[in-house]
Design a protein around this ligand. Structure first.
Ligand code: ADP
Length: 397
């Protein structure tokens, strides 16, 4: 079966067509600037060159039409429409309602709407993607795969904030966690690589991309993760603060005479390694180069980033009563031996050692711990689209 995987944002739509049997990516692409001037679709059919078409895309319905056109056109299409057996949608927030992926029906759509106030930028866009696909491919089964679902196994002691309990009961304010599809995929894959049952392992997954989070996976289940009610909590990220004292909000508002919206924008878009480096860059490639050349801002930003990851590794080792494997994934985790080294060279306290030669790896599965290491250190590239395609296939085959 061919599975179309859709990741729909407010002005962009990423897609992949995956063969459920071979798990090959038959085509992948991106619609950019939906509803904005200068929109285009960029896609790469398997074995062919990248194709870019600049064309108006007033809304997501038109974007989906163009995706289908790209996948099925006579000249360089890769399937006929009736070969697409199911569509898997990445949904950011499933609240407490969704603990695993589900087949989409009207009840599911309503439930995703109901938790939209927890992810006001993302869930509405995800729903638009679902509606657009329903319109373009009536009768094709669709599955919702939630970023939050994998973390729903967290115990109460890990997901509750120290707020009055009634705020949890009334408003659902708690830690939900994100990147769940990635944490799930990587922890399972790590167990496979190690030739062990996930049930017997304590794994820490460091998903270090533009957005970044850490999770503690004990016996195959998530018991804690660094992102919270929203993806702002936890690690220092590309442009997000991660953990700060909540009093900073009021303090900055008073000092700068700014609004809640201004401060929210500051915390999400102007902070993280971007803010710490004096706005040098949020891209770790730039920061690493500058760090090596002695740029003080780049050094301070990357050092603070690595230190925060180290602290979470320490915390989650304590939470699980030990750790068997620490996995690095996503853009930075998979590609930056530099950042991995900054973190791993301080893990001697758990008996972990780094093999510096192996740590040169980029974007490939690789054990990077030394032969004498008591903890396995691993690079495990994530593949959220494949994980979504697998769930979609399982629920619709
Ligand atoms: P997201 O999906 O959250 O946008 P990604 O997982 O794609 O993020 O990661 C993006 C980050 O990965 C960027 O900050 C980029 O600098 C970093 N990155 C990609 N390749 C490299 C590399 N070779 N070295 C260091 N960092 C890299």
């Amino acid at each position: 079966m061919k599975i179309l995987v859709i990741n729909c944002g407010s002005s962009s739509l990423k897609f992949q067509l995956i063969d459920s049997e071979s798990e090959a990516v038959i085509c992948k692409g991106l619609c950019e600037r939906i509803g904005i001037e200068g929109s285009r679709i960029v896609y790469t059919p398997e074995g062919k060159d990248k194709i870019t078409i600049e064309t108006p895309m007033p809304d997501h319905n038109r974007a989906i039409e163009l995706v289908i056109e790209a996948l099925t056109n006579k000249e360089n299409g890769v399937v006929s429409l009736d070969e697409i057996g199911a569509v898997g949608h990445r949904i950011v927030h499933g609240g407490e309602k969704f603990t695993k992926s589900v087949v989409i029906n009207e009840e599911v759509i309503k439930a995703i709407e109901d938790v939209s106030d927890l992810a006001p930028l993302h869930n509405p866009a995800n729903l638009i993607g679902i509606r657009a696909c329903q319109k373009a491919m009536p009768g094709v089964p669709m599955v919702a795969v939630f970023d939050t679902a994998f973390h729903q196994t967290m115990p109460q002691e890990a997901y509750l904030y120290g707020l009055p309990y009634s705020y949890y009961e009334k408003y659902g304010i708690r830690r939900y966690g994100f990147h769940g599809t990635s944490h799930s995929y990587v922890s399972k894959r790590a167990a496979q690589i190690l030739g062990k049952d996930a049930k017997d392992l304590k794994i820490i997954v460091c998903h270090l991309g533009n957005g970044a989070s850490v999770s503690a996976v004990k016996g195959g289940e998530c018991i804690d993760t660094s992102m919270g009610l929203t993806p702002l909590e936890g690690l220092i990220m590309g442009t997000r603060t991660g953990d700060i004292d909540p009093s900073v909000v009021e303090f900055v508002m008073k000092k700068e005479n700014s609004s809640v919206a201004d401060v929210t924008n500051l915390l999400n878009k102007k902070s993280g390694v971007f803010g710490l480096s004096d706005e040098l860059s949020s891209d770790f490639r730039d920061l690493e180069d500058a760090y090596v050349e002695g740029h003080a801002g780049a050094k301070r930003a990357v050092d603070a980033f690595a230190y925060r990851v180290l602290k979470y590794i320490g915390a989650y080792t304590a939470a699980m009563g030990g750790v068997d494997a620490i996995c690095f994934t996503a853009g930075v985790g998979e590609n930056s031996g530099f950042v991995r080294k900054l973190i791993c060279e301080r893990l001697g306290f758990i008996g972990a050692t780094l093999d510096e030669e192996a740590n040169k790896v980029r974007g490939k599965e690789q054990e990077i711990s030394g032969a004498d290491s008591k903890v396995k250190l691993m690079v495990v590239p994530t593949n959220e689209e494949l994980a979504i395609a697998r769930d979609t296939y399982e629920l619709t085959k």
